[in-house]
Design a protein around this ligand. Sequence first.
Ligand code: FES
Length: 129
Amino acid sequence: MSEQLYRENILDHSRHPRNKGEIDDPTATYQDTNPLCGDEVRMDVRIEGDAVAEIKFSGRGCAISQASASMLTEMVAGQSLEQVKAISREDILDELGVPISPARMKCAMLGLKVLKSAIYGVPQDDDTL
Ligand code: FES
């Protein structure tokens, strides 16, 4: 896919986020802030057995943060918890497909940090994802 298509994909996800909302009775939930801008992302997960049966995100932020959270919810739907835990920052950057400057890295990683914090049940540091 060309960089132009990746850019259009990011815009599409930020304008029409997938799995946006909240789950009434989530098995795991976490919310955190990008310390650089104050934007927030929350992830609600319903785990059945050892897999993600349902996932929704909410919050607000820039196009990169909202698109990466939206893409992440599509990536992990139906995955096992082990698969979710194995998602790396490179996986997110591959999914975004455009160069992410160091200043925007926390935007890109906010969703993954929040999701892993929810799954592990303890806050994760986005520098070690
Ligand atoms: Fe706030 Fe990107 S500028 S999450």
